[in-house]
Design a protein around this ligand. Structure first.
Ligand SMILES: Nc1ncnc2c1ncn2[C@@H]1O[C@H](COP(=O)(O)OP(=O)(O)OP(=O)(O)O)[C@@H](O)[C@H]1O
Ligand SMILES: [Mg+2]
Length: 270
């Protein structure tokens, strides 16, 4: 009876169009490293099952912003934040918010592939093992599913027990993506995930990112304008800690509203 009621309530949403929910929303979000005001009054919404690109010149706060989204930025002791950062409607800056839970929902892939000095298999099962999964059959399934998801399975299925350092850079990066998928996150944060890769590996990771958005929400920092234009649905342009412009990628690249965005994407500065 109760479930019927809940279902009915859920179906009487006022929206007629199918609106995507937002995974994250920043509201007047500010961040300081000591005296350095690194992010200023950031306000925007990040929708689910989309690829959101974050662009802007070096030092503008891109990494700081995405590291705020899983609260990794707090590993820097001098950090102070104000405003709100909502993850699925809950303020993650609230001291009651569980950071461990957040980090299992919001995975991260870094600029340089950083596999552990362990076998390919052990890299993928690392997170699930921490979460207490011991059953070998389940772990095997997770390994296959995650490596499939990261478009790496066919290349490594016969060498799962070999050290991950024996993989190429592009394969290592896809292994790091597989490691991230293994914990079944909701959002994947990527900080320049292809900047250390050759063009072919870059294309593979780009294709992969586009496939992943079916099931995940992806926020990707990139210095590569073509990459942002090719793969993202929306783009946010940061400059000196401010969010200057946020729009559909096609609109931003064809008709930027702010002169500074135009100068940046046409290569006049940055
Ligand atoms: N741990 C830190 N302590 C103090 N200041 C920092 C720290 N990390 C970053 N900053 C400063 O905050 C600002 C934003 O840095 P951030 O790393 O977010 O930039 P970015 O846009 O990712 O740059 P890049 O494109 O070079 O990676 C910079 O001025 C930087 O010097
Ligand atoms: Mg950075």
């Amino acid at each position: 009876m109760i479930t019927t009621l809940v279902r009915e309530e859920q179906t009487v949403k006022p929206d007629i169009q199918v609106q995507k929910e937002e995974v994250f929303q920043a509201k007047s979000f500010n961040l300081w490293y000591g005296e350095k005001h690194a992010l200023k009054e950031i306000d925007f919404k990040i929708a689910e099952n989309e690829i959101t690109a974050i662009i802007g010149p070096s030092g503008c706060g891109k990494s700081t912003f995405i590291k705020s989204l899983n609260r990794m930025v707090e590993l820097v002791p001098s950090v102070k934040m104000t405003g709100e950062l909502l993850y699925r409607g809950k303020n993650i800056l609230d001291h009651k918010f569980g950071v461990e839970e957040l980090r299992t929902r919001v995975g991260m892939v870094f600029q340089k592939p950083n596999p552990f000095p362990k076998s390919i298999y052990e890299n993928v099962v690392y997170g699930p093992r921490i979460h207490g999964i011991r059953d070998k059959k389940i772990l095997n399934e997770i390994v296959e599913r995650s490596l499939q998801g990261a478009a790496l399975w066919d290349e490594v299925k016969d060498r799962l027990n070999e050290n991950a350092f024996g993989l190429s850079g592009g394969q290592q990066q896809r292994l790091c993506i597989a490691r991230c998928l293994a914990i079944e996150p909701d959002v994947i944060l990527m900080d320049e995930p292809t900047s250390a890769l050759d063009p072919i590996s870059t294309l593979k990771v780009e294709e992969l990112v586009q496939e992943l958005k079916e099931n995940f929400s992806i926020i990707i920092v990139t210095h590569n304008m073509q990459q942002a234009a090719r793969i993202s649905d929306k783009t946010a342009f940061f400059l000196n800690g401010e969010l200057i412009e946020f729009n559909k990628t096609s609109a931003m690249f064809s008709n930027p509203h702010d002169k500074r965005t135009e100068d940046y994407i046409t290569g006049r500065f940055g």
